[in-house]
Structure formats: structure tokens, C-alpha cells
Design a protein around this ligand. Structure first.
Ligand code: CAA
Length: 297
């Protein structure tokens, strides 16, 4: 790929650490264990969250077995390679550690700061941030040269792309490892600048934001969906908002609007749209879901 350094510089990855055990982290764990076939560690703040993540991963492995994608022995092997704990010292022998925690620079700096005290000086750190500055996330690291952006897309198992993000500090070993790992995961990787929203979210934020604004300004949601349909993309704007989750989508909008106030007006409209009772449903956690479903009523 364009900009990828010599793959001979890549560090061999023998154990992967994932910070977090939420849905995104669990999807990563499944993908890593399935494609790289190395031990994968997940951790979270408490055992309940870890157990929830582990149970999701085991269920998904069961589904792969039921679909005939893997046999019973392979399923057992994958289950055996996954380990969950609240004990962060177990990251000590991980060569590649990726975070999937809350989209807040301070939170990401904090978790990497804690992990850096535990891992080897040349272990690679990766952030799955979808739109924050990777350089800022690494600003407090003792070794910022080992940090890369490694941005997955929903659904992680099927979307073929990873955006790899280089900061001015990122060294060739970290970058090369990121490309080799992405290839091992069966993904296509592109190298993007460390700019707000990188490439994909910069484009998607325009589509989702203007769709939200059109509805807020009076166009029925279903009309926006129907008008978009013939463009031939696999999902319409509100199906995408459903898929990534309203809060994540709104967060991306906020980041883009903050970075480019003259070009992204939509975050405010997103929040207003979320308050329209006739087009939204809220689940127990307060997450807004069902935009496109509601539009069909
Ligand atoms: N989670 C996990 N797997 C899923 C899934 C989900 N939500 N939805 C579908 N799949 C899997 C299915 O299980 C199926 O897998 P198998 O072949 O192993 O059975 C496979 O995807 C294809 O599914 P379907 O045939 O049912 O459905 P489809 O052909 O309509 O494809 C889709 C579904 C792949 C999601 C397709 O609609 C698509 O590509 N949508 C666009 C998604 C997109 O743009 N994602 C980017 C979001 S932006 C983002 O993620 C950035 C960010 O930072 C917020």
C-alpha cells in the first residue's frame, strides 16, 4: 500500500492485548484470535464487563461453528486462545496492544499511560479512535514513536478496511507492524494523515450530518432514505447511524464541527434530531436506535 514501510521492519506479533471488553473490543478479540491464531487478552474495569465480553466472543465462535465456517476443534482452540481479566499486568508480554475505550483524549491517554508502565519498550500501541488526533492521544507517552492509529469499521468482522494513521512521531517498525497485522486480519489498509475524521469519517460525517439536517429542516426521514437509495451504497444515512450508534455518530459530528466549523454544521442538528419523539426510539441505556425503522411507520 502507498506509504507502507518495508514489511521486514515489522515486529512479530505473538500475543495481542485489547484494552476494553465492550462490543467493539470483543469484535476485535474475535477477529484477532480467528485470523492471527495467537493468544488474545481482553481487560476491563470490572469482572462483570470482562465476562460479558467473553460471553459475546464465545457465542460468536459458536455461531461460526454452527455455520460450518470452523469445526469443533478449531472452535475450542479459538476459545482457548482468548483470556479475559481485570489484571492489567498480564499485558506485559503483549507485542501489539489496541485500545477500544471511550472516545475521549484524556481517557485514552490515561489507559495508554498505565499500559506503558507494564509492556516492553518496543511493544506497539494502537488506537481505534474514529476521529480524534492520534498525536494528541500519544502526547503523554514515554515512547510516542510506537503509537499508530488503527481504525476499524462496523461491522468489524465484515468491513474490509482499516485506516492506519501515522503521527510525526510514529516509527517505521510500528507502522510496518500495523500494515502486516492488518493484512493478517484479512483487511485492506490505507495510510491516512492524522487529520480529524481521517478519510472515511470525514466523508461519512458530511453524508450523515446533511441527512440529519435535511430532516430537521422538514424533509421526512423516509424521503431522505428513499432519495439516497438509488446512489447504490450498501446503507442509507440513517441505517448507518443505526449501525454505528447515534452517540458515536454524534461524537464524530462534534469532532468534525469543532475542527472545521465553516464546513460541518451538523452536530447541533444531530442533537436536535435526537429529541424528535416521532423518529426515534431509545433503548434501556438511552441509546437512540431505530431511526430508519421508525421512518417506515
Ligand atoms: N455485525 C456482525 N456481522 C454482521 C452484521 C453486524 N451488524 N451485519 C451483517 N453481518 C454479517 C453477516 O452475519 C454476514 O456474515 P456471513 O457471511 O458470515 O453470514 C455478512 O455480514 C453479510 O451480511 P448480510 O448478507 O446479512 O447483509 P448484507 O449483504 O446486507 O451486508 C453489511 C451487511 C456488510 C453490513 C452491508 O450492509 C454494508 O457493507 N454496510 C455498510 C457498512 C458501513 O458503511 N460501515 C461503516 C460504518 S462507519 C464506521 O464504522 C466508522 C466509525 O468510526 C464510526
Amino acid at each position: 500500500p502507498v506509504g507502507a514501510p518495508d514489511k521486514a521492519l515489522a515486529k512479530k506479533v505473538t500475543k495481542v492485548g485489547i484494552i476494553g471488553a465492550g462490543l467493539m473490543a470483543s469484535q476485535f478479540a474475535l477477529l484477532f484470535v480467528r485470523r492471527l491464531q495467537v493468544p488474545v487478552l481482553i481487560t476491563d474495569l470490572d469482572q462483570e464487563r470482562v465476562d460479558k465480553g467473553l460471553s459475546y466472543i464465545r457465542d460468536e465462535i459458536g455461531k461460526l461453528e454452527a455455520k460450518g465456517r470452523i469445526d469443533g476443534d478449531q472452535a475450542n482452540k479459538l476459545r482457548g486462545l482468548i483470556h479475559g481479566t481485570t489484571d492489567k499486568t498480564e499485558y506485559a508480554d503483549c507485542d501489539f496492544v489496541i485500545e477500544a475505550v471511550f472516545e475521549e483524549v484524556g481517557v485514552k491517554q490515561q489507559v495508554f499511560g498505565d499500559i506503558e508502565k507494564i509492556i516492553a519498550p518496543d511493544a506497539i500501541l494502537a488506537t481505534n479512535t474514529s476521529s480524534l488526533s492520534v498525536e494528541e492521544i500519544g502526547a503523554k507517552l514515554e515512547h510516542p514513536e510506537r503509537l499508530v492509529g488503527f481504525h476499524f469499521f462496523n461491522p468489524v468482522a465484515v468491513m474490509p478496511l482499516i485506516e492506519i494513521v501515522k503521527t510525526p512521531a510514529t516509527n517505521d517498525a510500528a507502522l510496518s507492524t500495523a500494515f502486516v497485522v492488518a493484512k493478517g486480519l484479512g483487511k485492506n489498509a490505507v495510510l491516512t494523515a492524522d487529520a480529524p475524521g481521517f478519510v472515511v469519517n470525514r466523508l461519512l460525517a458530511k453524508v450523515m450530518g446533511e441527512a440529519a439536517r435535511a430532516v430537521y429542516e422538514g424533509t421526512p426521514l423516509l424521503t431522505v432514505e428513499k432519495a439516497f437509495g438509488p446512489l447504490g451504497l450498501p446503507m442509507t444515512p440513517f441505517q448507518l447511524i443505526d449501525l454505528v450508534g447515534w452517540k458515536v455518530a454524534a461524537h464524530v459530528q462534534d469532532t468534525m464541527a469543532h475542527a472545521f466549523p465553516d464546513r460541518f454544521f451538523a452536530s447541533e442538528n444531530f442533537h436536535k434530531l435526537a429529541e424528535l419523539p416521532e423518529v426515534v426510539e431509545k433503548d434501556k441505556s438511552g441509546r437512540v436506535t431505530g431511526w430508519s425503522k421508525a421512518a417506515e411507520k
